[in-house]
Design a protein around this ligand. Sequence first.
Ligand code: WT7
Length: 636
Amino acid sequence: MTHQIKTLQDYKETYQKSIQNPEAFWAEQAESFQWQKKWDKVLEWDFRNPNINWFIGGKMNITENCLDRHLETRGDQTAILWEPNDPNQPHKTYSYKELHAEVCRTANALKANGIGKGDRVCFYMPMVPELAIGVLACARIGAIHSVVFAGFSASALADRIKDATCKMVICSDYNHRGAKNIPVKKVVDDALSMDCPSIETVLVHKNTGGDIAWNSLDKWWHEEVDHQSPDCPAEQMDSEDILFILYTSGSTGKPKGVVHTCGGYMVYTCFSFKNVFQYHDNDVYWCTADIGWITGHSYIVYGPLLAGATTMMFEGVPTYPDAGRFWEVCDKHKVNQFYTAPTAIRALMAKGDKYVDKYDLSTLKVIGSVGEPINQEAWDWYNEKVGKGNSPIVDTWWQTETGGILITPLPGITDTKPCYASYPMPGIQLELVDTAGNIIEGNGVEGLLCIKYPWPSILRTTYGDHERCRQVYFSTFEDKYFTGDGARRDEEGRYRIIGRVDDVINVSGHRMGTAEVENAINEHPAVVESAVVGYPHEIKGQGIYAYVIPQDTIKDEPAFEKEVRDLVAKVIGPIAKPDQIQIVPGLPKTRSGKIMRRILRKVASGDVSQLGDISTLLNPEIVEAVKAGAKVKLVG
Ligand code: WT7
């Protein structure tokens, strides 16, 4: 059985074991899964290439471990519990048996439409059960899924389809989200009009039943899936065959396709799920993320199903019909583990306590946080109002690239401290370094967060561009994986994540490359140049602040700002819309022409007390102009 840590002593011993002999430790965890053929060697790695292989020679299929393996022991237990957007509509459940049958039918439909092992299938869908079913159906037949969050624009979707040369897109007709009905299929149609020749089929799930345009590649999900056999043999996969691609933003260029493979991802997501949430039989677990992000992949679909859990999928939003929805759903389904993002906590906290006080949350045992630093005020509110002071908060730090949670308290086992993600999971060897790469020893220190040894669910490559993977993660410091985050280690060895040290900002827990937003803004014909930085935002954690140099004087500033915002929404998606746009005559630059972002960040955050030496700038006079036009109140 995958080891479930029970006591502090157990954590300490397990951690020691895991770093003294990682291979033996992970082999032991991997034993409990169904392998069609056992691995020959546990690990081979080289961070310089990088080349990382886990459970070498092992053959398996992750869906046999998520589904078939549970049929005898928990076939009638609910696997997926689906709660709709509209609280007056009935919820749905899929038992492990039913989910198995649905996944097999869907897998057979994919095969009937020419999808086979190694083919890429793109998903652009809301949070309906068919999204989880479709993803698992791909895994069943060895097709690679690439889920694109359904809030991205047509052009962002087209970029992702092209990068992975997907053969199929699976989408819904419309998406009920809060009071809105969003035309999902229309976005796919628009994307496909942007030259995506690899797409052979568009499989359309009828969700709301609204009118849609019908094109030559389109097929209905129900017509393709419903008549299929509920049995589909699982494709034999190598441990290191690709399971999925998930795009994420970096500091430069277009989003990159992070690649995760079958064997290691399976072992780590199951192990971390069981330990971080201390899941026990008959518990109801709810992660509010969208499957369009890694949190949904690892901790709505794979981790929980591998562990035989009941995992809830929620179609709606936290504030519809009102700010009590999360708590109403926790009460209704007697949720035991609840996992959400700080931005949601802050948004609900701002609406007042009456929404949370109304509901019975006594079934909660563990409450989690993910995606961005959780500030003390939000932590306290979550702890008191939601956890009632007796559900430990697990502030979980990880990344798309890490596949699973790497730093976290273990509930009821280790201590918790506000703002601290706290302790490394077994197998995770953290290091803090300075900018020159020197290791910072001891406690009560701060540095750049690196990991010096592989864990099973580390990314293997970036799709179609291995060199980029090496560059971004493995070249900054030799023989280390660099996270891009800065962190503090306190006197007792707990870690506090300070935030990104690169040009990536975190908006409502969503990662955004500033260069990507700048490129979108620069598409505006009246824009000469732009610079985007993050600034503290009460609800979103970080907001997007854009400095824009126009070609000529802008006569109607509000209209221009709206055009810029709409353009960004069109190129990337509404989540990337700048919160503040400041028109500037120029940008502070170094003599070599590099934008001095430090100064721009300071102005955007309203604190100009320590701007530093600006005399070496190419254009020091511009700083006064930037300060004079600031969209926030400046101090200092
Ligand atoms: C970045 C990764 C992995 C889940 C969702 C985000 C930030 C993530 C925390 C946390 C402070 C956090 C980091 C990280 N981050 N969790 N508990 N405390 N910061 O995944 O989009 O790949 O972003 O999110 O900066 O590098 P992602």
